[in-house]
Write a protein that binds this ligand. Structure first.
Ligand code: DP6
Length: 336
């Protein structure tokens, strides 16, 4: 077969491709970039992939479209960030056509849980396939990173590390899997405290912290020690160490956010009440730890057999409006 045909043959058919990705939460957090244009993180991060929060995305490149069309849960949205991402795929594939992108989240998009991680991981796999690009997982992770740093991690299931790398072009800033989900099951109880939140998005917040938090350089300089500790905790299946380090990285992240000028204050009263509830549970003998991203929802980490008790306790906290329980999920898969 002719070279360009072997790369581009599914373009010619215009075959749509569909992929499903799960969201993830950072245990050692990502906050800051060494290259904003190429979206290369300033430091590595470690996450777990969640089975309860998934995005399914279909991409079809079509003749005659004047622009990309993007629908999420049946509603048309401006395609700006999707188009910027698809431009990378089009350039790599020699594809000039625009695309119809149809996405669904299996969780309410208004619940403040919508994550760019599952979104861009599913989009990377579906778009690469629809454009006829044969990419391996490492390349898909690097591609997903261009859409959103955390999306690079959602290419893989279970326990995942995104490496900062050192190559100026970001080619070694990709994720790798540390453990598959079945190798060490874990539960995450998500306590929703504000279903309609509109916070400062992560990209904007990171830029602000890098420019205006006196703690930012220390945050980046101390990341490697946290990553090493978490790798060791995961390798040893040491839940106490994993939980303690997760809470530490979360609180250190929020110290950077709160010391940004103007402050990035993502917590509400329910978030703080849920943090105390987790610590009280722990003092009473239920081993559970929390982590919080750039928003007001709290995620509690516990062993699967403790998830029921943790969910019941968090559901009764003032300001918690809903709880969801998730196990660990697999990586991004093609569905067609
Ligand atoms: C607080 O991956 O959303 O959730 O690369 O700018 O799209 P961009 O940022 P994003 O940042 C996630 C930040 C975080 C921490 C984490 O997931 O590690």
């Amino acid at each position: 077969m002719h070279d360009s045909n072997s790369v581009h043959d599914s373009n010619d058919a215009g075959a749509p491709a569909t992929a499903r990705a799960h969201s993830n939460i950072g245990l050692i957090k990502y906050w800051g970039k060494r290259d904003a244009g190429l979206n290369i993180p300033a430091a590595g991060s470690i996450s777990i992939t969640l089975d309860a929060l998934a995005t399914e995305t279909s991409v079809a490149f079509r003749d005659g479209l004047a622009e990309d069309e993007f629908r999420l849960n049946g509603v048309r949205f401006p395609a700006g960030r999707v188009t910027r991402f698809l431009d990378l795929v089009r350039t790599a594939a020699g594809q000039e056509r625009h695309a119809i992108v149809t996405s669904t989240n299996n969780f309410p998009t208004g619940a403040g849980l919508a994550s760019s991680a599952s979104g861009f991981a599913a989009l990377a796999v579906a778009a690469a396939s629809a454009a006829g690009l044969a990419l391996d997982e490492r390349e898909l992770s690097g591609l997903a990173r261009r859409g959103s740093g955390s999306a690079a991690r959602s290419i893989y299931g279970g326990y995942v590390e995104l490496h900062a790398g050192s190559a100026p072009d970001g080619s070694d800033s990709v994720a790798t899997q540390l453990l598959a989900p079945h190798e060490w099951p874990l539960s995450v109880v998500v306590a929703i405290t504000d279903p309609g939140t509109k916070a400062v998005d992560s990209t904007t917040g990171m830029r602000a912290s890098a420019a205006a938090s006196v703690f930012y350089d220390t945050w980046v300089d101390t990341a490697e020690a946290d990553l090493a500790g978490m790798r060791a905790a995961i390798g040893a299946r040491d839940f106490s160490a994993l939980g303690e380090l997760s809470e530490y990285s979360c609180l250190k992240l929020h110290a950077v956010m709160l010391s940004t000028r103007p402050a990035l204050a993502y917590w509400n009263a329910g978030t703080v009440a849920a943090m105390h509830a987790v610590r009280e549970l722990r003092a009473s003998g239920v081993e559970v730890y929390f982590t919080i991203d750039a928003g007001p929802q709290l995620k509690a980490l516990c062993a699967p057999d403790a998830a029921g008790a943790v969910a019941a306790a968090l559901a009764s906290v003032a300001g918690v409006v809903d709880v969801r329980v998730s196990g660990l999920g697999g990586g991004t898969v093609r569905l067609d």
